[in-house]
Write a protein that binds this ligand. Sequence first.
Ligand code: C5P
Length: 303
Amino acid sequence: MPEPTPTVVTVRAPAKINLHLGVGPVRPDGFHPLATAYQAISLCSSVSASPSTDWSVTCTPGEGIDVAAVPLDDSNLALRAARLLAEHAGVTTPVTLHIDKGIPVAGGLAGGSADGAAALLACDTLWELDTPRSTLLDLAGQLGSDVPFGLVGGSAAGHGRGEVVTPLTDTGRYDWVVLTDPVGMSTPAVYAEFDVLHDGLVVPDPEIPSALVDALAAGDARALAGSVGNDLQPASLRLRPELAEPLQAGLDATALAALVSGSGPTCLFLCEDADHAARVADAVSSYGRAVVASGPVEGATVL
Ligand code: C5P
């Protein structure tokens, strides 16, 4: 007997952090070439897809998350993902999507991209398409630079504008404090500030430090701490100077490393272990919502 067609499929997808974000000179298409090391961490959202009479999306916030800025129209990334896959596969039955948001919005954690990745996999499963992985990754790349990594997860290198994802060997488990800010930041605005800061300068082609690749392979958090970095951080700090305070407070509280996540304003603190992370979280909690997370975790997964 064939399995009955499911009426709802739920997929969980993780937040991403950039362990290292190397940014090159702006390209003619307005994007920046990246050499980044991604890690998926245990802050997740989930997307449920079920057949419907029209295309729609709803969203419920997780604890401490403000979803006021999440569009619920055709510009929603999860809905765009569903429509893109439908168009690609010739599916004409609409779906309704429901997002359970566990990843802060506009925080530099690729929360919208996680929704897009989750929606692609949920619809692929709901429609029993079995789309080849390479095609799903290609569609993901059309949706946004960080969407393919949402499918891949783990620790991975990102090149191109971030959409060319290659898994990295990672034998470790890393404990992070993720300090989120209730007021998000616009990714294009931070990249534009990066351009202003580098106006007239020669911006070298970005590279992932080999010490970082070695640290992940060895699973060595202390070595990793010595090689994390974010070329967007000066731009984020220009737009949000007050972020310098929690970054310093985390270091004063003995975090192994402190950096802005992606385009910000989320700040990340690498810790020795979960107990250490709890202490660092306590030390920075006056600056925002501090949660403890670990990585790497798997990419988008059917629940
Ligand atoms: O790819 P995505 O839609 O997530 O990118 C959002 C914006 O971030 C882009 O429109 C662009 O302004 C900026 N961006 C960039 N270079 C990248 C990725 C994103 O300039 N590699």
